[in-house]
Design a protein around this ligand. Structure first.
Ligand code: SF4
Length: 359
């Protein structure tokens, strides 16, 4: 799921475990996952199963998966993946971090099991480093998005960003991470940009896996950058960590979930699973902020996001900003996808010009 592998491998490596990072998610990963998955299961499941099989084939002897509380199929993922791997004859160590039983303590228990390191001081220190990496990665994504929408030579900012990812991945402690962060930012800032380009601002929301994973969303942010659009992820890893892992007394300000509950009213009053309440709340929030548009991403057959999409027409009638809802599945054809993005960008540009003329 995007760059989360850097965070998870940091956690395991700093506790003395060896990490096998599976090959980058590709069409091959998807076709392996699809082959061994129930047909109508959502796309993230298929990709995860494909990732696991590729990791095992690359030498992984254990895999880690979360069982997550919630009102959608994610709660069943872990058991189903274990069954699928057993049926395929992969008898590896399967570590299920059961978040139904509590988040922080279950994570510590899982880390002990995976790495064999029982030193609580080491574990807390590793979690601290990993959480810091989450926020650094989120920041690099934001900086990349700024430069990508304005760069003179296509691809320059992303090349610098990729170097930055390697430096963050290599950082073994907070001091090294701070240096890596600084170095990565200044590398991206070397990108030559056109200051006068008319840039649009768009938020991305929807199911978190689709928002964070560039393979699943067909590299949407790169495509938008090419069209002069700066993106901001309403769904981010940092937002999730702040909601799910950081205790209330250590947090500053509202969490993404708290803000979503507030803004989703009166359209949606309770959690209906997945990231639906966040999606509805993010649209209302983006509308209030007066940005140019929002893109909602969901996997085909995702129940909570089907529900949230059915709320969008009411939000549009009440004056919400332009919303593009994209449903993604294993069809990876690009032409139709790019045409829809271009049409949406045209629409936002025209609307922006009309609004500025009306002022
Ligand atoms: S939120 Fe949607 S895609 Fe994600 S696990 Fe639940 S049903 Fe599947």
């Amino acid at each position: 799921m995007g760059t989360i592998y850097i965070v998870v491998s940091s956690l395991i490596k700093s506790l003395g475990g060896e990490v096998v990072v599976p090959p980058k998610t590709s069409k091959k990963t998807l076709s392996i996952g699809t082959k061994y998955s129930p047909e109508a299961i959502c796309l993230p499941y298929k990709l995860l199963l494909g990732n696991y099989i590729e990791a095992i084939e690359s030498g992984a002897e254990a895999i880690v998966m979360i069982s997550s509380p919630g009102i959608c199929r994610l709660g069943e993922y872990s058991k189903s993946i274990k069954n699928a791997l057993d049926d395929l004859g992969y008898h590896i160590k399967y570590v299920d971090v059961d978040l139904y039983k509590g988040k922080f303590m279950e994570m510590i228990k899982g880390l002990k099991k995976i790495t064999g390191n029982n030193n609580i001081f080491h574990i807390i220190k590793s979690i601290h480093l990993a959480v810091s990496k989450v926020f650094v990665l989120d920041n690099l994504d934001n900086v990349l998005s700024y430069y990508r929408a304005r760069e003179v030579n296509l691809g320059t900012a992303e090349q610098a960003y990729k170097k930055g990812l390697r430096w963050v991945d290599d950082a073994l402690n907070k001091k090294e991470l701070k240096e890596a962060h600084k170095k990565a930012i200044s590398e991206i800032k070397k990108t030559e940009i056109d200051d006068k380009r008319e840039v649009l601002n768009v938020d991305l929301t929807g199911e978190i896996f689709m928002v964070l994973d560039s393979f699943s969303n067909q590299n949407l942010e790169r495509e938008l950058g090419r069209l002069g659009v700066q993106t901001r992820r309403s769904m981010s890893l940092g937002g999730w960590v702040k909601t799910a892992l950081i205790p209330k007394f250590l947090r500053k300000g509202k969490t993404h979930l708290e803000r979503s509950y507030e803004f989703a009213k009166p359209y949606l009053l309770r959690d209906i699973g997945g990231d639906a309440i966040e999606s509805v709340g993010d649209i209302a929030y983006a509308t209030k902020q007066g940005i140019d548009g929002i893109i909602h991403l969901s996997p085909f057959t995702c129940m909570p996001e089907i529900m949230s999409q059915n709320i969008f027409p009411a939000m549009r009638q009440d004056g919400a900003l332009p919303i593009l809802a994209l449903v993604l599945d294993e069809q990876t054809g690009r032409a139709g996808f790019v045409t829809r993005l271009e049409a949406f960008v045209d629409l936002m540009r025209r609307r922006k010009r009309q609004l500025s003329l009306a002022q």
